[in-house]
Ligand binder design. Structure first.
Ligand code: URA
Ligand code: CA
Length: 437
């Protein structure tokens, strides 16, 4: 086999065999195929796409490039959840304890955020003492004991993805459907879950801006999951505004606790119940998502959900008193209202702009090495559909006392730009666009 011939074959729109894909990916990981040839191949895939079979073969080869995790020692069907990423997405913090409190084991491997806001690990680590540094054996033990654990990436999962992603990032080949699907699904399947619930976001704050693209990615990932013999469901959901009201690490922990008590924002609760209903269904705890939702609402009402979050915090060495006393969480005294310059109805809140504003305050990472400030962030006082009067607060900035005035001004400006107001009330878009199963 010659790499040149395989690039040509793909460039001309023909299907690569499993053996050819193996040869290319393994050769790249072993350093035998140079970046320039892999770049040309990625660009050919970008323009020509891949068939379902090719995408599945690519995913399997990528999984085989590194270690995989086995969760077999944990009894029951282990369901994992993945979101393609949004702004202020607090659902994992809610879902891990919530779904576990309804009886399904949750063994979650999570990432740190690179992008506007912290990832699930960064958020949880804003709880004093909380540790996500676990071996696979620790993770398995914790789930056996209390039904839930959230760990940082352990082991060397899918090295092929690390290399390919870095290459795609600098060659304008990130937004290729088969490459995104292979990248996400290889990592999820290597992490050992029996079933997957995927939340594919569409909109300004998301990776894919259009609904159509999001549905295509959802279908591609579901087809890979099924091809790998795992029950897989994908929801396509709306990111035309940040999820919930809080954007920022400790602020989102507080929001998650409120939601586990049934006192959270409506959209965060709705999405959590929908995703959680599917997780319980795939875990075999109920026969359909609506029944799962009822179980979750019961766990919220009878206190089991918030109790499970306390157990999770204790199990990972955190101070579980935060659940009853938010003052224990990192917080700032410097809270600045951003007042509306006009009246109207909120039509859209550009999530990406809010994300960048939160990052500017220190809630996210600019570069891989930036430090996150767990206390800072933004609380949205107004959400899509709300009426706003002149001078009313749209949002509240939580900043450090010593934040330079020009930084605060820039953040205020971004928030004002993010809010799109209309004179008339417009019809609110659905939070959940559809389900692919
Ligand atoms: N997220 C991933 O993990 N991989 C991609 O290719 C895109 C988003
Ligand atoms: Ca939120």
């Amino acid at each position: 086999m010659r790499v040149y011939d395989l690039i040509l074959k793909k460039r001309n729109g023909r299907e690569l065999t499993a053996m050819e894909i193996d040869y290319l990916i393994n050769g790249y990981v072993d350093g035998k195929i140079p970046d320039y040839q892999m770049s040309a191949l990625a660009m050919a895939i970008y323009f020509q796409g891949m068939t379902e079979q090719e995408t599945l073969n690519l995913t399997n080869t990528m999984i085989d490039s590194g270690e995989t995790i086995s969760l077999e020692a944990i009894p029951g069907i282990k369901v994992d959840k993945h979101s393609t990423g949004g702004v202020g997405d607090t659902t994992t913090l809610v879902l891990a304890p919530l779904v576990a409190s309804a009886g399904a084991p949750v063994a979650k491997l999570s990432g740190r955020g690179l992008g506007h806001t912290g990832g699930t690990l960064d958020k949880l680590e804003s709880i004093p003492g909380f540790s996500t540094d676990m071996t696979v054996a620790d993770l398995v033990d914790a789930v056996k004991n209390i039904g839930v654990a959230v760990a940082g990436q352990t082991g060397n999962l899918v090295p092929a993805d690390k290399m390919l992603y870095a290459l795609r990032d600098v060659t304008a080949t990130v937004d290729s459907m088969p490459l995104i699907a292979g990248s996400i699904m290889s990592k999820k399947l290597a992490a050992g879950a029996d079933a997957l619930v995927l939340d594919v976001k569409a909109g300004d704050g998301a990776f894919l801006k259009s609904k159509e693209e999001a549905f295509e990615l959802a279908r591609t990932m579901v087809s890979i999951g099924k091809g790998a013999g795992k029950k897989t469901v994908a929801l396509v959901t709306n990111m035309d505004q940040p999820l919930g009201r809080a954007v920022g690490n400790a602020l989102e922990v507080k929001e998650a606790i409120m939601t586990l008590r049934g006192e959270g924002p409506a959209d965060l609760q709705e999405l959590s119940l929908f995703l959680g209903g599917w997780m319980l269904t795939l875990a075999g705890k109920c026969s359909e998502p609506d029944e799962g939702k009822t179980m979750l609402l019961e766990a919220i009402k009878n206190g089991a959900a918030v109790q499970k979050f306390k157990e999770l915090i204790r199990s990972q060495h955190g101070n579980d008193a935060v659940v009853d006393d938010f003052a224990i969480l990192p917080h700032v005294a410097n809270q600045i209202k951003v007042k509306s310059l006009r009246a109207g109805y909120v039509q859209r809140i550009k999530a990406e702009t809010i994300g960048i504003a939160a990052m500017t305050l220190g809630a996210g990472r600019d570069t891989k090495d930036s430090q996150i400030d767990p206390a800072v962030g933004i609380i949205l006082e107004k959400k899509v559909g709300d009426r706003v009067k002149i001078g009313e607060a749209l949002a509240v900035i939580h900043a450090r006392d010593d934040a330079p005035p020009e930084v605060i001004e820039a953040v205020e400006e971004m928030i004002l730009i993010a809010y799109k107001l209309h004179n008339e009330q417009t019809e609110k878009a659905d939070l959940i666009y559809g389900t692919v199963d």
